[in-house]
Design a protein around this ligand. Structure first.
Ligand code: GLO
Ligand code: MG
Length: 344
């Protein structure tokens, strides 16, 4: 069955252009203004960090957080949008400097868990059943600093607490091999899925594959997606692109390697991705050189590239592909795929 595709992105994907070497170059776009762009550009879902949904949540009571989240739900409804997921932002607070769930300090670990349970509450108030865990600082700069076996136990403990807190919530682990840490404990989708099976409810723990993160791990994003699909655990994706092993670039989908992007669309479409309501999420950054009035093009371009590649995928003659596979004539198969990509 072919896939059904709806698109999402997070408000952080429209940004001021600061990088580690230079300040912002574009004015801040207010959240309400960003929301207006979603439908205009063909997007239906909003990805949230907990504090995108409820800014200042560290200074609010649980009742205030709940109220603010309900107001956000109304705002979304008014725009005809839905919340795809909420992710606890566990990498900016001073209490998460040495990691959240795997910090060596028990009080800091407790903060990370409390904040994650609050994220589950925010998701519920947004009528959303998905929490994404990008395990940003769950790793080390030097291996001697933490116990890598205990780290797995601590991650499982944190996930189990979230599962117990709400019987409907699903946890999506977003692996990444490095950055901000030197080495992360959950670097690939295999690690994420392995972790899911040692939690208290593996059926509610799945994964989100980000193209750039797979590439940073030296892996092919479409194979990472296929692996998760085989486990029925691919519940979201962060499509983007990455020019080799450098900092996490979050370039527009397909902008570096069109064929690699094509394979991701192929795998998603052929496995009926989206038929259970999964979103095609983007996690892309605008180039720092981009002027403010055209600083959302990376989003609409990524969506357009996806849909163009979908046409290519669906336009292929499967009997011809089967014939070439039966002949083991992969050189010819490759040429015909390249011709299709070139529109020939
Ligand atoms: C960074 C991650 C980040 C997450 C987001 C949602 O490398 O890709 O953007 O996707 O925080 O959890
Ligand atoms: Mg991401």
């Amino acid at each position: 069955m072919p896939g059904t595709f709806r698109f999402s992105f997070g408000p952080w994907n429209i940004h001021e252009g600061a990088d580690p070497f230079g300040p912002p170059v574009r004015p801040t776009v207010a959240f309400a203004e960003k929301l207006k762009l979603y439908k205009k550009m063909g997007f239906d879902g909003v990805q949230f960090h907990d504090d995108d949904a409820v800014p200042q949540l560290n200074h609010m009571s649980p009742a205030q957080v709940e109220k603010a989240a309900r107001e956000m739900a109304k705002l979304l409804d008014g725009e005809g949008l839905v919340a795809e997921f909420v992710a606890p932002r566990l990498w900016e607070d001073p209490r998460t400097i040495d990691g959240g769930y795997t910090s060596n300090n028990p009080a800091e670990r407790q903060y990370a868990i409390d904040r994650s349970l609050q994220t589950v509450d925010i998701a519920r108030a947004l009528n959303c059943d998905k929490v994404v865990l990008w395990l940003a600082r769950e790793g080390t700069y030097i291996r001697e600093a933490k116990d890598a076996t205990k780290a797995v136990e601590l991650l499982v403990t944190a996930i189990n607490k979230m599962l117990a807190h709400d019987s409907a919530i699903k946890i999506l682990i977003e692996p990444k091999p490095n950055e901000p840490m030197d080495l992360a404990y959950i670097p690939t989708i295999g690690h994420a899925i392995g972790l899911s099976y040692v939690t208290s409810d593996p059926g509610r723990v799945g994964a989100l594959v980000e193209s750039a993160h797979a590439i940073l791990a030296g892996l092919d994003p479409s194979d990472e997606m296929a692996y998760a699909l085989a486990h029925k655990k691919l519940w979201s994706v962060h499509l983007n692109d990455q020019n080799g092993l450098k900092f996490d670039q979050d370039k527009a989908f397909g902008a570096v390697d069109l064929r690699r992007a094509f394979m991701q669309v192929w795998v998603l479409d052929r496995n009926g991705f989206g038929n259970n309501g999964e979103f095609v999420g983007l996690d892309v950054k605008a180039m720092r050189t981009q002027k403010a009035e055209v600083a959302a093009l990376h989003l609409s371009n990524s969506r357009e590239i996806f849909l163009s590649l979908l046409e290519v995928v669906r336009g292929l003659d499967q009997s011809r592909i089967d014939e070439l596979i039966a002949q083991r004539n992969y050189e010819q198969l490759e040429m015909e795929i390249i011709r299709a990509l070139l529109g020939k």
